[in-house]
Design a protein around this ligand. Structure first.
Ligand SMILES: Cc1cc2nc3c(=O)[nH]c(=O)nc-3n(C[C@H](O)[C@H](O)[C@H](O)COP(=O)(O)O)c2cc1C
Length: 204
């Protein structure tokens, strides 16, 4: 019998929106038979900055039990789904810092031939969802990864409207992640697991 696909869901979330999507992806992937590690990246912001924002402080406390990702988690995984809130149309510095720690694995060729995908949250509709995902995906190409974007492969993606990856507009926390983004997340998770399973079956 084949071994299950190993999926690492690695995300940053300050105020919790991206974390909701990460959790949904992890649960769906597990139901699809994957072995899942749900991991947050290390926080870089000073404690005073976090404490000055009620939602940020609350989410930091609520997610304290989620393990912090290490490069070894990427090495372990057959597939990695990264998630981030946008920061001026770009990947958050916290997730970027994590990516920048992957140089050692990259140099050994250990980031290649895995499946990668991504999701994003923004405050506004045109606030940089695609640019953030494309920026994230630059790194995937350098890894030699197999990028599995959702495309418009499922009716749910027409509702979500983002073929680059699951996305949600949260109006700075005023709009909780709802069924639209969760449905897109499910499509993306299942698609990633499907492709990772196929890829794994071709490995020696
Ligand atoms: C420094 C900073 C820059 C941001 N830049 C943008 C932006 O360019 N466009 C946007 O729509 N939202 C922007 N946001 C808002 C967050 O990306 C957005 O509220 C996100 O959904 C929060 O996700 P989280 O709850 O997972 O932290 C920014 C927030 C911060 C703190």
């Amino acid at each position: 019998m084949s071994t299950p696909v190993k999926l690492a869901v690695i995300y940053y979330s300050a105020t919790g929106s991206s974390a909701v999507i990460a959790k949904e992806i992890g649960e769906v992937a597990e139901k699809a038979g994957a072995e899942v590690r749900l991991l947050r990246v290390a926080e870089l912001a000073p404690a005073e900055a976090i404490a000055s924002n009620e939602a940020w402080a609350a989410h930091a406390a609520a997610s304290a039990d989620i393990p912090v990702a290490t490069p070894a988690d990427v090495e372990w995984a057959d597939a990695v789904i990264f998630g981030t809130p946008t920061r001026f149309g770009n990947v958050s510095s916290q997730l970027k810092q994590f990516l920048d720690q992957l140089g050692g694995l990259w140099a050994q060729g250990k980031l290649a031939d895995k499946v990668y995908s991504g999701f994003v949250t923004t405050a506004t509709l045109h606030g940089g969802q695609e640019s953030t995902l494309l920026a994230l995906y630059n790194s995937v190409h350098h890894f030699g990864g197999v990028l599995v974007a959702p495309g418009y492969t499922d009716p749910a993606k027409f509702v979500d409207g983002n073929p680059y990856g699951t996305s949600h507009v949260d109006a700075q926390g005023a709009i909780p992640v709802g069924e639209q983004a969760l449905a897109a997340a499910r499509v993306q998770a299942e698609r990633v697991i499907r492709f990772a399973t196929a890829l794994k079956s071709t490995a020696a």
